[in-house]
Design a protein. Structure first.
Length: 191
């Protein structure tokens, strides 16, 4: 599969059947919100784990020295917390371009957590970079991932900034993700 997924995303998923479109972000979409939205809400999805297993050629690394960024790995019994945004269909022109380095759009149930703590289930959209995409880097230890991240940078900035900003955004949401906090701990010994 080509690393550029823009055409695939535009042909594989029309958004016409949605009354409300909820985009669920679990990585940079939590802290870098460079698109307009109608409302946002802390949320989670089930059956997925956040992992720094995707390569970044275009944001936090280069084709010669790809950074490591977040993707989702299917894992029964897991919960992944993030932020959901209600957006219009037009935003996917920008979003598909932003997520073009291997991420495909998928439809999943998203559980919105409203201000009174109640949960509302919606059909949502997530971007996943699976092992079929050519930028995929795959599993490694948190220590090795931290060492990799410490040595990468790309057009959007330092790879370490992606990890640190995500860790801080998760802390603000009150979310503990041991994969992220362990990478951050190892990273703090390196930079
Ligand atoms: C996401 O944040 O939901 C997708 C991965 C990324 O852009 O970091």
């Amino acid at each position: 599969m080509l690393a550029n997924t823009v055409a695939q995303n535009q042909s594989r998923q029309t958004l016409e059947h949605y009354d409300e479109i909820w985009l669920f972000g679990y990585g940079s979409l939590i802290y870098k919100v460079d698109f307009p939205y109608l409302e946002k809400c802390p949320a989670y999805i089930l059956g997925w784990q956040r992992r720094f297993w995707q390569g970044s050629h275009d944001h936090r690394g280069t084709p010669e020295n790809p950074g490591r960024v977040a993707t989702l790995i299917a894992q029964a019994g897991s919960r992944c917390d993030g932020m959901a945004y209600r957006v219009t269909a037009e935003e996917f022109i920008h979003l598909d371009h932003r997520e073009k380095n291997g991420y495909l759009r998928h439809e999943v149930p998203v559980f919105l957590i409203n201000e009174s703590g109640q949960q509302v289930k919606k059909l949502g959209i997530i971007y996943i970079a699976d092992e079929e995409n050519s930028a995929y880097l795959g599993e490694d230890s948190e220590e090795a991932i931290a060492a990799h991240i410490a040595n990468c940078r790309g057009p959007s900035g330092e790879n370490s900034e992606y990890l640190i900003m995500l860790d801080e955004a998760l802390a603000e949401l009150g979310v503990v993700d041991p994969h992220i906090s362990q990478i951050r701990w190892h990273l703090s010994n390196l930079i």
